[in-house]
Design a protein around this ligand. Structure first.
Ligand code: S3P
Length: 428
Protein backbone atom coordinates (compact mmCIF):
# COMPACT_ATOMS: atom_id res chain seq x y z
CA UNK A 1 0.00 0.00 0.00
CA UNK A 2 1.35 3.44 -0.90
CA UNK A 3 0.19 6.97 -0.08
CA UNK A 4 0.19 9.03 -3.25
CA UNK A 5 0.53 12.38 -1.55
CA UNK A 6 2.34 14.28 -4.24
CA UNK A 7 2.35 18.01 -3.86
CA UNK A 8 0.18 19.50 -6.55
CA UNK A 9 2.84 20.75 -8.88
CA UNK A 10 3.70 20.56 -12.54
CA UNK A 11 5.78 17.79 -14.08
CA UNK A 12 9.03 18.96 -15.60
CA UNK A 13 12.13 17.24 -16.97
CA UNK A 14 13.25 14.24 -18.96
CA UNK A 15 13.33 10.51 -18.24
CA UNK A 16 14.76 7.45 -19.99
CA UNK A 17 11.85 5.16 -20.64
CA UNK A 18 12.66 1.54 -19.69
CA UNK A 19 12.93 -1.08 -22.41
CA UNK A 20 9.93 -2.39 -24.30
CA UNK A 21 8.40 -5.42 -22.58
CA UNK A 22 7.26 -7.18 -25.77
CA UNK A 23 10.67 -6.75 -27.43
CA UNK A 24 12.62 -7.74 -24.28
CA UNK A 25 10.69 -11.04 -24.04
CA UNK A 26 11.32 -11.82 -27.69
CA UNK A 27 15.04 -10.97 -27.47
CA UNK A 28 15.51 -13.63 -24.78
CA UNK A 29 13.22 -16.19 -26.44
CA UNK A 30 14.62 -15.86 -29.94
CA UNK A 31 18.20 -15.57 -28.66
CA UNK A 32 17.61 -18.89 -26.84
CA UNK A 33 16.27 -20.54 -30.00
CA UNK A 34 19.14 -19.20 -32.12
CA UNK A 35 22.58 -20.65 -32.57
CA UNK A 36 25.19 -18.20 -31.23
CA UNK A 37 25.46 -15.23 -28.92
CA UNK A 38 22.80 -12.52 -28.66
CA UNK A 39 23.49 -9.38 -26.67
CA UNK A 40 20.61 -7.20 -25.53
CA UNK A 41 20.87 -3.54 -24.54
CA UNK A 42 18.17 -1.69 -22.55
CA UNK A 43 16.45 -4.97 -21.59
CA UNK A 44 13.45 -4.41 -19.31
CA UNK A 45 14.26 -5.88 -15.87
CA UNK A 46 10.55 -6.07 -15.00
CA UNK A 47 9.12 -9.19 -13.37
CA UNK A 48 7.46 -10.43 -16.58
CA UNK A 49 10.69 -10.45 -18.58
CA UNK A 50 12.58 -12.01 -15.66
CA UNK A 51 10.02 -14.86 -15.79
CA UNK A 52 10.98 -15.41 -19.43
CA UNK A 53 14.69 -15.55 -18.52
CA UNK A 54 13.98 -18.05 -15.73
CA UNK A 55 11.96 -20.33 -18.07
CA UNK A 56 14.78 -20.48 -20.64
CA UNK A 57 17.41 -21.07 -17.96
CA UNK A 58 15.35 -24.06 -16.85
CA UNK A 59 15.39 -25.28 -20.45
CA UNK A 60 19.19 -25.28 -20.28
CA UNK A 61 20.10 -21.93 -21.87
CA UNK A 62 22.99 -19.93 -20.42
CA UNK A 63 21.85 -16.34 -19.88
CA UNK A 64 23.85 -13.57 -18.17
CA UNK A 65 22.25 -10.36 -16.94
CA UNK A 66 23.57 -7.24 -15.33
CA UNK A 67 20.72 -4.74 -14.84
CA UNK A 68 19.60 -3.92 -18.39
CA UNK A 69 22.35 -5.78 -20.29
CA UNK A 70 21.61 -9.39 -21.18
CA UNK A 71 23.68 -11.99 -23.05
CA UNK A 72 22.02 -15.15 -24.31
CA UNK A 73 24.18 -18.10 -25.43
CA UNK A 74 21.79 -19.97 -27.74
CA UNK A 75 22.52 -23.43 -29.14
CA UNK A 76 19.63 -23.61 -31.58
CA UNK A 77 16.37 -25.48 -31.00
CA UNK A 78 18.48 -28.60 -30.25
CA UNK A 79 20.05 -26.78 -27.28
CA UNK A 80 16.67 -26.55 -25.50
CA UNK A 81 16.31 -29.51 -23.09
CA UNK A 82 13.49 -30.94 -21.00
CA UNK A 83 13.26 -29.16 -17.65
CA UNK A 84 13.09 -31.21 -14.47
CA UNK A 85 11.07 -28.36 -12.96
CA UNK A 86 7.78 -26.65 -13.80
CA UNK A 87 8.16 -23.48 -15.93
CA UNK A 88 6.63 -20.56 -14.05
CA UNK A 89 5.50 -17.64 -16.23
CA UNK A 90 4.42 -15.50 -13.24
CA UNK A 91 1.99 -12.78 -14.38
CA UNK A 92 3.11 -12.83 -18.01
CA UNK A 93 0.63 -13.73 -20.76
CA UNK A 94 3.30 -13.15 -23.41
CA UNK A 95 5.64 -15.68 -21.75
CA UNK A 96 2.82 -18.22 -21.40
CA UNK A 97 1.48 -18.03 -24.93
CA UNK A 98 4.76 -17.65 -26.85
CA UNK A 99 6.33 -20.45 -24.78
CA UNK A 100 3.40 -22.69 -25.70
CA UNK A 101 4.24 -22.18 -29.37
CA UNK A 102 7.95 -22.84 -28.84
CA UNK A 103 7.45 -25.88 -26.55
CA UNK A 104 4.93 -27.45 -28.94
CA UNK A 105 7.72 -28.06 -31.43
CA UNK A 106 10.28 -29.45 -28.98
CA UNK A 107 10.47 -33.26 -28.53
CA UNK A 108 10.00 -33.37 -24.76
CA UNK A 109 7.49 -32.76 -21.99
CA UNK A 110 6.96 -29.36 -20.28
CA UNK A 111 4.55 -28.00 -17.69
CA UNK A 112 3.64 -24.28 -17.51
CA UNK A 113 2.08 -22.52 -14.55
CA UNK A 114 1.65 -18.88 -13.57
CA UNK A 115 0.08 -16.70 -10.90
CA UNK A 116 -3.62 -16.31 -9.98
CA UNK A 117 -4.23 -13.85 -12.83
CA UNK A 118 -2.65 -16.14 -15.45
CA UNK A 119 -4.82 -19.01 -14.20
CA UNK A 120 -7.88 -17.02 -15.34
CA UNK A 121 -6.60 -15.99 -18.79
CA UNK A 122 -7.85 -17.97 -21.81
CA UNK A 123 -5.24 -20.20 -23.44
CA UNK A 124 -7.61 -22.00 -25.86
CA UNK A 125 -6.91 -19.30 -28.43
CA UNK A 126 -3.40 -20.78 -28.59
CA UNK A 127 -4.05 -24.40 -27.54
CA UNK A 128 -6.66 -24.78 -30.33
CA UNK A 129 -4.48 -23.94 -33.37
CA UNK A 130 -1.41 -25.60 -31.82
CA UNK A 131 -3.38 -28.85 -31.40
CA UNK A 132 -4.46 -28.54 -35.03
CA UNK A 133 -0.75 -28.44 -35.89
CA UNK A 134 -0.30 -31.72 -34.00
CA UNK A 135 0.77 -30.55 -30.54
CA UNK A 136 -0.32 -32.67 -27.57
CA UNK A 137 -1.46 -30.13 -24.99
CA UNK A 138 -3.48 -30.66 -21.86
CA UNK A 139 -4.62 -28.25 -19.21
CA UNK A 140 -7.51 -27.24 -17.02
CA UNK A 141 -10.88 -27.05 -18.78
CA UNK A 142 -9.66 -28.88 -21.88
CA UNK A 143 -6.48 -26.86 -22.17
CA UNK A 144 -7.99 -23.41 -21.69
CA UNK A 145 -6.25 -22.62 -18.41
CA UNK A 146 -2.97 -23.26 -16.62
CA UNK A 147 -1.46 -25.54 -15.48
CA UNK A 148 -0.71 -26.54 -19.08
CA UNK A 149 1.22 -29.66 -20.00
CA UNK A 150 2.82 -30.02 -23.45
CA UNK A 151 4.36 -33.03 -25.13
CA UNK A 152 5.99 -31.40 -28.14
CA UNK A 153 7.27 -32.51 -31.53
CA UNK A 154 6.04 -33.61 -34.99
CA UNK A 155 4.12 -30.51 -36.04
CA UNK A 156 2.63 -29.74 -39.44
CA UNK A 157 2.16 -26.21 -40.79
CA UNK A 158 -1.24 -24.56 -40.62
CA UNK A 159 -3.20 -21.89 -42.42
CA UNK A 160 -4.89 -20.13 -39.52
CA UNK A 161 -7.42 -17.27 -39.62
CA UNK A 162 -7.40 -15.91 -36.08
CA UNK A 163 -10.73 -14.51 -34.84
CA UNK A 164 -8.81 -11.96 -32.69
CA UNK A 165 -6.06 -9.50 -33.52
CA UNK A 166 -3.54 -10.81 -30.99
CA UNK A 167 0.24 -10.72 -31.31
CA UNK A 168 0.49 -13.45 -28.68
CA UNK A 169 -1.67 -15.82 -30.75
CA UNK A 170 0.09 -14.89 -34.01
CA UNK A 171 3.54 -15.29 -32.45
CA UNK A 172 2.78 -18.63 -30.78
CA UNK A 173 1.64 -20.11 -34.10
CA UNK A 174 4.60 -18.68 -36.04
CA UNK A 175 7.08 -20.01 -33.46
CA UNK A 176 5.49 -23.47 -33.71
CA UNK A 177 5.40 -23.05 -37.51
CA UNK A 178 9.16 -22.53 -37.60
CA UNK A 179 9.54 -26.05 -36.23
CA UNK A 180 6.76 -27.62 -38.35
CA UNK A 181 6.73 -29.44 -41.68
CA UNK A 182 5.53 -27.21 -44.52
CA UNK A 183 4.44 -23.59 -44.40
CA UNK A 184 2.40 -21.74 -41.77
CA UNK A 185 0.19 -18.72 -42.40
CA UNK A 186 -1.59 -16.56 -39.83
CA UNK A 187 -4.28 -14.12 -40.85
CA UNK A 188 -5.67 -11.51 -38.45
CA UNK A 189 -8.78 -9.30 -38.62
CA UNK A 190 -6.59 -6.24 -37.88
CA UNK A 191 -2.84 -6.01 -37.67
CA UNK A 192 -1.43 -6.63 -34.18
CA UNK A 193 2.06 -5.63 -32.99
CA UNK A 194 4.69 -7.05 -35.35
CA UNK A 195 7.78 -7.35 -33.11
CA UNK A 196 7.98 -11.10 -33.76
CA UNK A 197 8.11 -10.63 -37.52
CA UNK A 198 10.70 -7.86 -37.29
CA UNK A 199 12.96 -9.74 -34.90
CA UNK A 200 12.70 -13.09 -36.71
CA UNK A 201 13.87 -11.29 -39.85
CA UNK A 202 16.79 -9.80 -37.92
CA UNK A 203 17.69 -13.39 -36.92
CA UNK A 204 17.75 -14.37 -40.60
CA UNK A 205 14.32 -16.00 -40.89
CA UNK A 206 12.53 -15.63 -44.22
CA UNK A 207 9.02 -14.35 -43.55
CA UNK A 208 6.41 -13.00 -45.94
CA UNK A 209 4.12 -10.19 -44.79
CA UNK A 210 1.11 -9.07 -46.78
CA UNK A 211 -1.15 -6.71 -44.81
CA UNK A 212 -2.71 -8.80 -42.02
CA UNK A 213 -1.23 -12.10 -43.38
CA UNK A 214 2.09 -13.50 -42.24
CA UNK A 215 3.68 -16.63 -43.73
CA UNK A 216 6.83 -18.62 -43.05
CA UNK A 217 8.32 -21.98 -44.03
CA UNK A 218 9.06 -24.54 -41.35
CA UNK A 219 12.54 -25.92 -40.75
CA UNK A 220 14.33 -22.54 -40.72
CA UNK A 221 16.96 -21.88 -38.10
CA UNK A 222 17.83 -18.61 -36.35
CA UNK A 223 21.35 -17.31 -36.71
CA UNK A 224 22.65 -15.20 -33.82
CA UNK A 225 25.62 -12.94 -33.06
CA UNK A 226 23.05 -10.20 -32.96
CA UNK A 227 23.11 -7.05 -30.84
CA UNK A 228 19.55 -5.97 -30.05
CA UNK A 229 18.90 -2.42 -28.83
CA UNK A 230 15.51 -2.40 -27.12
CA UNK A 231 13.71 0.95 -27.51
CA UNK A 232 11.78 2.45 -24.59
CA UNK A 233 8.32 0.95 -24.07
CA UNK A 234 5.64 3.23 -25.53
CA UNK A 235 3.15 1.51 -23.21
CA UNK A 236 5.18 2.74 -20.21
CA UNK A 237 5.81 6.16 -21.79
CA UNK A 238 2.03 6.49 -22.23
CA UNK A 239 1.54 7.13 -18.50
CA UNK A 240 3.89 10.13 -18.56
CA UNK A 241 2.65 11.34 -21.96
CA UNK A 242 -0.82 11.59 -20.45
CA UNK A 243 0.48 13.01 -17.16
CA UNK A 244 2.31 15.74 -19.11
CA UNK A 245 -0.85 16.55 -21.07
CA UNK A 246 -3.26 16.71 -18.08
CA UNK A 247 -1.19 18.21 -15.24
CA UNK A 248 -1.27 22.02 -15.72
CA UNK A 249 1.97 23.76 -16.82
CA UNK A 250 3.85 20.51 -17.39
CA UNK A 251 6.57 19.82 -19.93
CA UNK A 252 7.99 16.32 -20.07
CA UNK A 253 10.48 14.67 -22.43
CA UNK A 254 10.48 10.89 -22.75
CA UNK A 255 13.64 9.54 -24.27
CA UNK A 256 14.08 6.76 -26.86
CA UNK A 257 10.41 5.80 -27.08
CA UNK A 258 9.65 2.99 -29.54
CA UNK A 259 7.65 4.21 -32.55
CA UNK A 260 6.69 0.93 -34.21
CA UNK A 261 3.48 1.88 -36.11
CA UNK A 262 1.68 -1.19 -34.71
CA UNK A 263 2.06 0.41 -31.26
CA UNK A 264 1.59 4.15 -31.83
CA UNK A 265 -2.21 4.37 -31.52
CA UNK A 266 -1.77 6.29 -28.25
CA UNK A 267 0.12 9.06 -30.08
CA UNK A 268 -2.66 9.37 -32.66
CA UNK A 269 -5.25 9.65 -29.88
CA UNK A 270 -3.20 12.21 -27.94
CA UNK A 271 -2.89 14.31 -31.09
CA UNK A 272 -6.58 14.04 -31.97
CA UNK A 273 -7.50 15.06 -28.41
CA UNK A 274 -5.38 18.18 -28.82
CA UNK A 275 -2.15 17.33 -26.96
CA UNK A 276 0.98 19.06 -28.14
CA UNK A 277 3.73 16.54 -28.99
CA UNK A 278 7.15 17.13 -30.55
CA UNK A 279 9.58 14.49 -31.77
CA UNK A 280 13.38 14.83 -31.70
CA UNK A 281 16.36 12.49 -32.22
CA UNK A 282 14.31 10.26 -34.51
CA UNK A 283 16.08 6.96 -35.37
CA UNK A 284 14.51 4.98 -38.18
CA UNK A 285 17.25 2.80 -39.59
CA UNK A 286 17.10 -0.20 -37.19
CA UNK A 287 14.48 -2.96 -36.96
CA UNK A 288 12.44 -0.83 -34.51
CA UNK A 289 12.18 3.00 -34.91
CA UNK A 290 12.34 5.29 -31.87
CA UNK A 291 12.57 8.97 -30.88
CA UNK A 292 12.43 11.38 -27.95
CA UNK A 293 8.93 12.76 -27.42
CA UNK A 294 8.11 16.01 -25.60
CA UNK A 295 4.59 16.69 -24.37
CA UNK A 296 3.27 19.92 -22.85
CA UNK A 297 0.06 20.45 -20.88
CA UNK A 298 -2.79 20.99 -23.31
CA UNK A 299 -6.53 21.54 -23.31
CA UNK A 300 -8.13 18.33 -24.51
CA UNK A 301 -11.31 17.34 -26.33
CA UNK A 302 -13.19 14.04 -26.42
CA UNK A 303 -12.71 11.44 -29.18
CA UNK A 304 -14.05 8.09 -30.34
CA UNK A 305 -11.55 5.24 -30.15
CA UNK A 306 -12.63 2.15 -32.14
CA UNK A 307 -11.85 -0.26 -34.99
CA UNK A 308 -8.39 -1.01 -36.35
CA UNK A 309 -6.62 1.32 -33.89
CA UNK A 310 -7.69 -0.83 -30.89
CA UNK A 311 -4.92 -3.47 -31.17
CA UNK A 312 -2.42 -0.63 -31.65
CA UNK A 313 -3.28 0.87 -28.23
CA UNK A 314 -4.95 -1.96 -26.32
CA UNK A 315 -2.57 -1.67 -23.31
CA UNK A 316 -3.00 2.14 -23.21
CA UNK A 317 -6.78 2.14 -22.76
CA UNK A 318 -6.63 2.52 -18.95
CA UNK A 319 -4.57 5.71 -19.22
CA UNK A 320 -6.62 6.96 -22.21
CA UNK A 321 -9.73 6.57 -20.02
CA UNK A 322 -8.13 8.75 -17.34
CA UNK A 323 -7.17 11.34 -19.97
CA UNK A 324 -10.78 11.35 -21.23
CA UNK A 325 -11.99 12.45 -17.76
CA UNK A 326 -10.00 15.66 -18.41
CA UNK A 327 -11.27 16.23 -21.98
CA UNK A 328 -14.30 18.32 -22.96
CA UNK A 329 -17.15 16.13 -24.23
CA UNK A 330 -18.00 12.44 -24.40
CA UNK A 331 -15.27 9.95 -25.22
CA UNK A 332 -16.42 6.56 -26.50
CA UNK A 333 -14.10 3.54 -26.49
CA UNK A 334 -15.52 0.53 -28.33
CA UNK A 335 -14.49 -2.72 -30.11
CA UNK A 336 -12.20 -3.37 -27.12
CA UNK A 337 -13.65 -6.65 -25.74
CA UNK A 338 -10.06 -7.93 -25.43
CA UNK A 339 -9.75 -5.71 -22.33
CA UNK A 340 -11.76 -8.35 -20.47
CA UNK A 341 -8.97 -10.95 -20.79
CA UNK A 342 -5.96 -8.86 -19.77
CA UNK A 343 -4.18 -9.07 -16.37
CA UNK A 344 -7.59 -8.07 -14.95
CA UNK A 345 -10.90 -7.42 -16.68
CA UNK A 346 -9.80 -3.89 -17.55
CA UNK A 347 -13.28 -2.70 -18.47
CA UNK A 348 -14.33 -3.41 -14.87
CA UNK A 349 -11.15 -2.34 -13.10
CA UNK A 350 -10.73 0.96 -15.02
CA UNK A 351 -14.38 1.91 -14.52
CA UNK A 352 -14.38 0.92 -10.81
CA UNK A 353 -11.25 2.82 -9.92
CA UNK A 354 -12.04 5.99 -11.88
CA UNK A 355 -15.58 6.02 -10.44
CA UNK A 356 -14.09 5.97 -6.94
CA UNK A 357 -12.44 9.30 -7.83
CA UNK A 358 -15.71 10.79 -9.08
CA UNK A 359 -15.25 10.23 -12.82
CA UNK A 360 -18.36 10.02 -14.99
CA UNK A 361 -17.59 6.72 -16.65
CA UNK A 362 -19.83 3.85 -17.73
CA UNK A 363 -18.81 0.35 -18.72
CA UNK A 364 -20.17 -1.09 -21.98
CA UNK A 365 -19.85 -4.60 -23.36
CA UNK A 366 -16.86 -3.70 -25.52
CA UNK A 367 -15.38 -0.62 -23.87
CA UNK A 368 -16.49 2.44 -21.92
CA UNK A 369 -18.04 5.90 -22.20
CA UNK A 370 -16.48 8.82 -20.35
CA UNK A 371 -17.97 12.29 -19.84
CA UNK A 372 -15.49 15.13 -19.33
CA UNK A 373 -14.26 17.32 -18.00
CA UNK A 374 -14.53 16.19 -14.35
CA UNK A 375 -12.66 17.20 -11.21
CA UNK A 376 -11.30 14.08 -9.52
CA UNK A 377 -11.43 13.57 -5.75
CA UNK A 378 -9.06 11.37 -3.78
CA UNK A 379 -9.79 7.90 -2.44
CA UNK A 380 -8.46 4.43 -1.93
CA UNK A 381 -7.55 2.75 -5.20
CA UNK A 382 -6.53 -0.83 -5.88
CA UNK A 383 -4.34 -2.15 -8.69
CA UNK A 384 -5.98 -5.58 -8.24
CA UNK A 385 -2.50 -6.91 -9.08
CA UNK A 386 -2.60 -5.27 -12.54
CA UNK A 387 0.43 -3.06 -13.24
CA UNK A 388 -1.36 -0.77 -15.70
CA UNK A 389 -4.30 -0.20 -13.34
CA UNK A 390 -1.81 0.73 -10.60
CA UNK A 391 -0.01 3.25 -12.82
CA UNK A 392 -3.32 4.73 -14.01
CA UNK A 393 -4.21 5.31 -10.33
CA UNK A 394 -0.85 6.91 -9.58
CA UNK A 395 -1.20 9.36 -12.49
CA UNK A 396 -4.81 10.11 -11.46
CA UNK A 397 -3.54 11.08 -7.99
CA UNK A 398 -1.56 13.94 -9.58
CA UNK A 399 -4.80 15.75 -10.43
CA UNK A 400 -6.96 14.48 -7.55
CA UNK A 401 -8.12 17.10 -5.04
CA UNK A 402 -7.64 14.92 -1.94
CA UNK A 403 -5.22 12.26 -0.82
CA UNK A 404 -5.11 9.03 -2.80
CA UNK A 405 -3.93 5.65 -1.53
CA UNK A 406 -2.93 2.80 -3.81
CA UNK A 407 -3.33 -0.77 -2.59
CA UNK A 408 -1.22 -3.49 -4.27
CA UNK A 409 1.13 -0.89 -5.76
CA UNK A 410 3.91 -3.50 -6.08
CA UNK A 411 2.16 -4.91 -9.19
CA UNK A 412 3.80 -2.02 -11.09
CA UNK A 413 7.12 -3.94 -10.93
CA UNK A 414 5.77 -6.23 -13.65
CA UNK A 415 6.55 -3.66 -16.36
CA UNK A 416 8.00 -0.50 -14.76
CA UNK A 417 10.15 -1.18 -11.66
CA UNK A 418 11.39 2.44 -11.40
CA UNK A 419 8.01 4.08 -12.10
CA UNK A 420 7.77 5.98 -8.78
CA UNK A 421 11.41 7.09 -8.99
CA UNK A 422 10.69 8.56 -12.44
CA UNK A 423 7.47 10.18 -11.26
CA UNK A 424 9.22 11.79 -8.29
CA UNK A 425 12.10 13.03 -10.47
CA UNK A 426 9.60 14.80 -12.77
CA UNK A 427 7.88 16.37 -9.76
CA UNK A 428 11.28 17.80 -8.76
C1 S3P B 1 1.69 -8.57 -26.29
C2 S3P B 1 0.53 -8.58 -26.99
C3 S3P B 1 -0.72 -7.99 -26.49
C4 S3P B 1 -0.48 -7.04 -25.33
C5 S3P B 1 0.46 -7.61 -24.33
C6 S3P B 1 1.81 -7.92 -24.97
C7 S3P B 1 2.89 -9.20 -26.89
O1 S3P B 1 -1.57 -9.02 -26.06
O2 S3P B 1 -1.69 -6.69 -24.72
O3 S3P B 1 0.66 -6.71 -23.25
O4 S3P B 1 4.01 -8.96 -26.40
O5 S3P B 1 2.74 -9.93 -27.87
P1 S3P B 1 -2.56 -9.82 -27.06
O6 S3P B 1 -1.74 -10.55 -28.03
O7 S3P B 1 -3.34 -10.75 -26.17
O8 S3P B 1 -3.41 -8.77 -27.69
Amino acid sequence: MRKLSYKKSRLNGAINIPGDKSISHRAVMFGSMARGKTTVENFLPGEDCLSTISCFEKLGVQIERSETAVTVYGKGFEGLKESSDILNVGNSGTTARLMMGILSGLPFHSVLIGDESIAKRPMKRVTGPLRDMGARIQGNQDGNFTPISIQGGDLSGINYASPVASAQVKSAILLAGLQAKGSTTVQEPFKSRDHTERMLRAFGVDIEIDGCNVKLEGGQSLTADLHIVVPGDISSAAFFLVAGAIVPDSKVTLKRVGLNPTRTGILEVLKEMGASLTYTNVVEDGPEPYADITVVASSLKAVEVSGEIIPRLIDEIPIIALMATQAEGTTVIKDAQELKVKETNRIDTVVNELKKLGAKITATDDGMIIEGKTKLTGGQLDSYGDHRIGMMGAIASLIAEDETILVNDEAINVSYPNFFEHLESLLG
